[in-house]
Design a protein around this ligand. Structure first.
Ligand SMILES: [Fe+2]
Ligand SMILES: [Fe+2]
Length: 289
């Protein structure tokens, strides 16, 4: 596949929605319905975003100069969205710290993983970004498609996750298209081999690190040992079962002809905009009164 035959929809627009969350009203420490394991997994995920998404931005930006104009434009939208996500998750993480969580070990872990990749060639960085972006896109899809994942969560914090998910779907093809462009002279088998290896590597790290991070945070809430493992594994793999639900979409990454936009899931964005529009309108009315 060449840069001129990318299946990213021609009418796709990447629109940064510069929203701020959680600045006015404090969310409770166990913001996810009072559940220790649910709060822990999302908090653990959030610790990866400020540094992780800054890394995505750097990796993709490396290939912006000389890229076809449409891709260069997409990269611009992508980097703006990710920069705002970093800001909002940094604020979210600071609030979690103020509520008493110690995130330092989790953040150090993220930095350690990134340091391994950062020293490698730009193509390796964009490969890691492309794989992780597929991960975030399929999690985002599942999060928006199935209301059970955020059921019971504090409203504005749930909004933060939905907002992030919407933009992850919107820009899900950008790192992949950048990767296709960066490897346009590679033989197909080499491209497949490298992308598959990188995906397996980042998946292993992702599952191990997020599980360990969640358990560490649960311990800070006084839940440890077998009980913590049971609660967390049930939540991740059984009900609501995010990891199980995304397994099929994860496998598709390895199939010939894969592209993130083979599935056009923009209908999920529309559903969000309606809710977000409604919430914002309500807020305006409230502040007017
Ligand atoms: Fe993001
Ligand atoms: Fe992203």
């Amino acid at each position: 596949m060449t840069a001129t035959t990318l299946p990213t929809p021609a009418d796709l627009t990447i629109t940064p929605r510069d929203r701020r969350f959680g600045r006015e009203k404090a969310a409770p420490r166990l913001w996810h319905g009072g559940r220790v394991e649910a709060t822990a997994i999302y908090n653990a995920l959030s610790t990866t975003f400020p540094a992780g998404e800054a890394f995505f931005v750097e990796s993709v930006r490396e290939f912006r100069d000389g890229a076809p104009p449409k891709l260069a434009e997409e990269i611009k939208g992508f980097t703006t969205q990710e920069a705002i996500h970093s800001r909002e998750h940094d604020a979210f993480n600071k609030r979690a710290t103020q509520l008493g969580y110690d995130l330092s070990k989790l953040e150090a872990r993220v930095e350690k993983r990134l340091a391994i990749t950062r020293d490698r060639a730009p193509i390796v960085n964009v490969a890691a970004t492309m794989a992780l972006e597929h991960f975030t896109a399929i999690i985002a899809h599942e999060l928006l498609a199935n209301p059970r994942h955020l059921a019971g969560a504090e409203q504005e914090t749930a909004d933060l996750w939905r907002w992030h998910a919407v933009e992850e779907i919107e820009h899900k093809g950008v790192a992949y298209d950048t990767w296709l462009y960066a490897t346009r002279y590679w033989p197909r088998w080499k491209r497949w081999k490298v992308k598959s290896k990188v995906m397996l590597y980042v998946t292993r790290n992702f599952v191990i690190d997020r599980t360990a991070g969640s358990l560490a945070l649960m311990r800070q809430d006084g839940v440890a040992g077998l009980r913590a493992w049971a609660l967390l594994l049930w939540y991740l793999w059984i009900r609501p079962g995010m990891f199980r639900k995304i397994a099929g979409a994860w496998v598709k990454f390895f199939l010939p002809g894969f592209h993130p936009w083979n599935e056009d899931d923009r209908h999920l964005l529309g559903a969000y905009e309606q809710i977000a529009g409604g919430t914002q309108a309500k807020r305006k009315v409230r502040s007017a009164t």
